[in-house]
Design a protein around this ligand. Structure first.
Ligand code: ADP
Length: 258
């Protein structure tokens, strides 16, 4: 027992250290971001220097997403108050139009009457940000990213036994990109699984998505059609999660082949 306690203490201090470092590192990245964008404003828009600075900005964004996903471990996921989504989702769409590749057509359908949910806004933004980056990366030659939000009523067990009956907010992020074969789809929610080259991927994105949504009492579903695209569907309950599941079980994955 003593050894177990000592081991838990060690793990705890590693966790605390990681998140302290991640937090400080994130602040430093924020300063780099501001400085780079200041310099960029002084440089002609069509110069090589401006392109290099844009590339630096992109790398800094990747780094801060990585650090953010590490910090997500400690984030509050369940909100104390119900969250109205329409303004949050509209603001998110606005911020994404600037970062998505210009070859990508963004198709947005947000229903006016959306149920409130109990997930903290920064957690939901983190989830959507990870899904948009993946959709963007899956369509290097362009395509359509479809973003939808709509209400749905579920009877008990109509989707799976993990969800209680009631009203849900449904969020879909779909792309017309590469899609995934079954053997990849099996592993995408595992930490550190990535197929991205040149150090671009960390394999923490979908793992973070899955953990956040499960802790909020929701569910993630994915359908993928190799060579044609992928659709992620989030189920978020209109009620607060009864208890946060700190160690959610294996994710539900579905593969549809056309
Ligand atoms: P990362 O983006 O750092 O690779 P993720 O956990 O977000 O980590 O994704 C893991 C892997 O899942 C990706 O490397 C990619 O192979 C696959 N993947 C995720 N989203 C998509 C998508 N929309 N289309 C095709 N493949 C995807």
């Amino acid at each position: 027992l003593e050894r177990q306690v000592a081991r838990l203490r060690r793990m705890d201090s590693v966790g605390a250290l990681t998140s302290t470092i991640a937090h400080d590192f994130n602040n430093l990245l924020g300063q780099v971001q501001i400085l780079v964008s200041n310099v960029r404003m002084d440089v002609p828009a069509d110069s090589e220097m401006n392109r290099d600075l844009a590339a630096i900005e992109e790398k800094v964004d990747d780094a801060s997403r990585l650090v953010g996903n590490l910090m997500a471990f400690r984030d509050d996921v369940v909100s104390d108050v119900p969250i109205a989504l329409t303004p949050l989702l509209n603001e998110f769409v606005g911020s994404q139009r600037k970062v998505l590749s210009e070859k990508i057509n963004l198709d947005v359908d947000l229903r006016p009457e959306l149920p409130t949910v109990w997930i903290t806004p920064h957690s939901l933004r983190r989830v959507l940000d990870n899904l948009f980056v993946n959709a963007n990366d899956a369509m290097p030659y362009g395509g359509t990213l479809t973003f939808r939000a709509y209400p749905r009523h579920l009877e008990a067990n109509s989707v799976n036994e993990q969800l209680v009956s009631g009203d849900y907010l449904m969020v879909e992020v779909a792309d017309t990109g590469s899609g995934m074969p079954p053997e990849i789809l099996e592993t995408i929610f595992e930490p550190f699984f990535t197929t991205k080259k040149d150090g671009k991927g960390t394999g923490l994105g979908l793992w973070t998505v899955y953990r956040i949504i499960r802790r909020a009492g929701g569910w993630v579903e994915v359908h993928s059609w190799p060579g044609r695209g992928t659709r992620f569907t989030l189920y978020l309950p209109n009620q607060p999660a009864e208890r946060e599941d700190p160690n959610p079980g294996p994710p539900n994955k579905r593969l549809s082949s056309a």
